[in-house]
Write a protein that binds this ligand. Sequence first.
Ligand code: NAD
Ligand code: IPM
Ligand code: MN
Length: 347
Amino acid sequence: MALIALLAGDGIGPEVTAEARRVLEVLDLGLTFEEAPVGGAAYRAAGHPLPPETLDLARRADAILFGAVGDPAFDMLERAFRPEQAILGLRKELGLFANLRPARLFAGLEDASALKPEIARRIDLVIVRELTGDVYFGEKGRRTTTEGLREGNDLMRYDENEVARIARVGFETARTRRSILLSVDKANVLETSQLWRDVVVEVSAGYPDVTLSHMYVDNAAMQMVRDPGQFDVIVTGNLFGDILSDQASMCAGSIGMLPSAALDSAGKGLFEPIHGSAPDIAGQGKANPCAAILSAAMMLRHSLAMPERADRIEAAVAAAIAGGARTGDLGGTLSTTAMADAVLAGL
Ligand code: NAD
Ligand code: IPM
Ligand code: MN
């Protein structure tokens, strides 16, 4: 019996993870759920966004189903106590370096995409985002310069091992798809990126069956809205991957549709929508639960060896969308629960 750590978090996190849990429970997979506070909710309850008990549960669990963290009420706190430190801490402490963020257009969502329907229809890609390095985890500082100016700094850094292991995930992921890998960097300006590119090229020697190319991140952002259908697998650093995945979501219809998996080297994972706590719609029953439900499907596929159940959930989401089920972000009027009901109807 697998143990699932259910970390709902803040804002719409509890609303969407409740629906993902409902879908998993209907499938009767013999999962045990254990909940713990995380993010702003944990700060309120325990004075820390990632209490030791929550981290311990995450370590003990076979997989982690995560909602979202972030609360404007805590944006003024010292960084170490902000809700976002919970998800950053979980990724770092558990070694979840490989972030898979698939983006595809479910048939029927052409109208919801920011792109023209014939262009939107072509999007079917995976962003392989490095998740425990880069400017996110380099040294940070604030100081006052000799001229009396306030200065802030965040060190962007990668070592070659960190790049090589995420590059391998990129190549392996490409092998399961169309065998086309694009590495996105900013090697024309950043030394971190030149190392990234050098190492990706070295790793490519082990994958002669995968076609590798490179693109600067600014061009990649432009190409993502010009024609996302050109991409199969994109491997990139933490910051660029964060930005490009939100952008890809709107090509596919909504940020409420994109799931993700954050995996360690042994296949243990944390599964969460790519979106945040959405304070603007929290508590109103408006959030689209599909990203959370699809994250649960990724959990079954990647951490619990139940790929056919994952397929079933994804097919049920596709059927609900094809049948016209739409939350507000997709131009409809369904509540969070009603949208999940539409998915459940297809199971
Ligand atoms: P966000 O993703 O929370 O919201 C951006 C916009 O998308 C909002 O208008 C929101 O209403 C909408 N949206 C997001 N998810 C939706 C859904 N499921 N259904 C319908 N609409 C949805 O990004 P933000 O506003 O920049 O950040 C809000 C908070 O969330 C911040 O504190 C941020 O740090 C945090 N955040 C957390 C995570 C995470 O926990 N992994 C991810 C991103 C942002
Ligand atoms: C995400 C979020 C996080 C990130 C924040 C909340 C730390 O934007 O999961 O995409 O930047 O990785
Ligand atoms: Mn993000």
